[in-house]
Ligand binder design. Structure first.
Ligand code: SOE
Length: 393
């Protein structure tokens, strides 16, 4: 870590699962990558004084605030990192950008297109003054996905024809899993669709370099009421079967067919009820010359089919994405040793800090995230409309 490098002083809002993942990334990035600015974990904000103090101690933050507004007022903070539910993103992000702070905001960008538009407007205005905003679609930074993007750019797949995207989890399968904020539309915006579908939509658009132009969708809620209390195991688990229940106000699963700007066909699915699938974010792309396939449950592997191979030797090959020639990998362990979930967050910090130091817009920008929000909105509108085709404006 360069001792005399200039600092990037970070103020983080929220400290639960995502806050912990981001804290780890801010701490780790400068220890493995040469960074033009060294992140400093300056302050973390949360409403509960005892809990935020405990989190600061555990996650490595130097000071605490109990109001995010105070974090934004502080002169010793350069960037606001938003790790709170979607209903808070708009207010925090716009206030931070207007105060001249860079912003990293968790996904999905917002709970509505109107909020996302306001945020993207604020980000465009701020960028004219060298203040930048980025949205945390971290899977772009999984080495195998970055390699897939490189293959598409190099033309190895040829013309893209099919895009198959899935994000499958199972932590809501038990009908007594407790009612958490992720099941409350006023906080989360939507269910499986925004929480995990947003990731695979962003991933597909980014890897192919083409946006979804229109779609037809279905959504469902399998379990409409859940216990209001109970012990969480991971994000779900089994709550009290007896006792009060409250309404689930979001989708449990969403699926849609789509057409991309480049003419490719898309088929997408997002669910938190796929028993046995733990974090299966999957992408398969078939082009005129080759194909790729990825599954996060085997995240250090990219499958690649090259139609130029000898006919007798043709087949999907498993590229083990653990070699120094692969994106991000050279800075980690000796060849062959593999990376995990947290590395995507670290790479996100590495790229963000590099771009901020260079004064260039990091990706995904709020405009990129607004495009994802439009797709989420179209899915809900189409499902409500009997699966009618909805073009993306
Ligand atoms: C829960 O479904 C969740 O934690 C998402 O909120 C994250 O964005 C995803 O990376 C893993 O699953």
């Amino acid at each position: 870590m360069a001792e005399h490098a200039q600092k990037l002083r970070v103020g983080m809002v929220g400290y639960a699962f995502m806050g912990a993942a981001h804290s780890h990334a801010w701490r780790t990035a400068p220890r493995f990558f040469d960074q033009p600015l060294v992140p400093e974990l300056t302050a973390v904000a949360g409403r509960n004084p005892g809990a935020v103090a405990e989190a600061a101690e555990r996650l490595g933050w130097q000071s605490v605030e109990t109001d995010w507004r105070r974090l934004i007022e502080r002169d010793d903070i350069d960037l606001i990192d938003i790790c709170t539910p979607g209903d808070t993103h708009r207010e925090i992000a716009i206030a931070a950008l207007e105060a001249g702070k860079h912003v990293l905001c968790e996904k999905p960008l917002a709970n509505s297109v109107a909020d996302a538009e306001a945020m993207a407007d604020a980000a465009r205005q701020a960028s004219a003054h060298g203040t930048f905003a980025m949205c945390g679609f971290t899977y772009r930074r999984v080495p195998a996905i970055a390699l897939a993007k490189r293959f598409v750019q190099e033309g190895r797949l040829g013309e893209i024809r099919h895009v198959r995207g899935q994000y499958l989890q199972d932590w809501l399968s038990d009908e007594n899993a407790p009612l958490t904020w992720r099941l409350d539309k006023s906080k989360a915006g939507s269910g499986a669709l925004g929480d995990i579908g947003a990731h695979v939509i962003d991933m597909a658009q980014w890897v192919t370099g083409s946006n979804i132009a229109g779609l037809s969708a279905i959504t469902t809620t399998f379990v409409t009421e859940r216990p209001v209390s109970g012990e969480l195991v991971g994000l779900g688990g089994a709550g009290a079967a007896e006792g009060p229940k409250g309404p689930v106000t979001v989708d449990d699963a969403a699926a849609f067919t789509a057409r991309f700007d480049n003419g490719a066909f898309g088929v997408f699915e997002a669910t938190r009820f796929a028993l046995g699938r733990k974090n299966a974010i999957r992408l398969e792309i078939n082009g005129s010359k080759g194909s790729i396939a990825f599954d996060f449950e085997d995240m250090n592997v990219l499958q690649y089919f090259d139609s130029g191979d000898d006919a007798e030797a043709q087949g999907f090959r498993r590229i083990i994405v653990t070699e120094p020639v692969h994106p991000y990998v050279a800075n980690w362990w000796p060849a062959g040793h593999g990376l995990g979930y947290e590395h995507g967050f670290t790479h996100q910090v590495v790229d963000l800090v590099r771009d901020l130091a260079a004064g260039v817009q990091p990706h995904p920008s709020f405009d990129d995230a607004l495009q994802v929000q439009r797709v989420l909105d179209a899915v809900e509108a189409s499902a409500a409309d009997g699966s009618a085709w909805h073009p993306i404006a």
